[in-house]
Design a protein around this ligand. Sequence first.
Ligand code: FO1
Length: 314
Amino acid sequence: MSGKRIIAMSGGVGGAKLAEGLARNSNGTPLTLIVNTGDDFNHLGLHISPDIDTALYTLAGLANPETGWGRRDETWSFMQALEQLGGEAWFRLGDADLAMHVERTRRLAAGETLCDITADLASRLGILAQVLAMTDDQVRTRVGTDIGELDFQHYFVREQCRPQVSHIVFKGATAAQPAPQVIQALQSGEAEAIILCPSNPYLSIAPILAIPGMRELLRSAGVPVVAVSPLVGGAAVKGPTTKIMDELGLSVSALQIVEDYADLIDGFVLDSRDAHLRDRIDLPVAVTDTLMRTAHDRLRVANETLAFASSLYS
Ligand code: FO1
């Protein structure tokens, strides 16, 4: 392919894993990663951007290997002291991770954009990929549940995804614009493929696509758009994807995800444990083991996804 850049969209832990493999792709093609910021929230007076931080830490090799979020080799003195003082300790902030939130909050207050801050932090962490916030505007995922409409982190962490979900809204999305750097990347003509990483389509990719103009930007890039299934054997590798699909009345299957991505994607990467669904998908499908347990898995799935995308060039 003649392109000079891979563009990917991601949110959460699963997506970040593939992004890390894409960043190391064997063709050496540079990566631009567009990250969900709908999970952001203000907590303890800090602006926290979990999906950006999961992407940064994962790309920098700093992520906690057990949880996928936060940093490896963390210490927890701040949390212990906060708890002693009666502060809110349900959202675990390690001492080194805390520096990220303090510095991001300071720079936002100084008037910098989320995208500019993220780009600078990425380079300070030695990350070569371009990491972009989906927007510099405020978009907040709120989850309608049987105990009321909750901020995302309250649903996901404080309530541990237990409430029954009735609807999901992306507050502020209609008034938001794609970040200028996102528009530039998608209109640059440099892209050779666009990859929707195996993130939760309804919680992590949907907020990005909900921004007016984002779908058109993907389509007008004129390159194959490939989604990688977040389901393995009809189940989520991590997180509430299938629980939410069930509670939203969706069929809990990769077929539903293909349908929901329908007019946006040119191909779908299906996990080998779901290979029996292949003939019911009227799109080009690549079947492979999408489980990414090791760094080699991440690279393998990334290379296979890119090879599949390049096979879709008309
Ligand atoms: N997830 C949890 O389940 N429990 C936590 O205490 C927690 C803290 C946390 C701190 C920083 C950060 O960047 C992410 C954190 N996450 C935590 C994960 C986060 O809630 C999710 O990764 C995303 O918002 C959804 O993908």
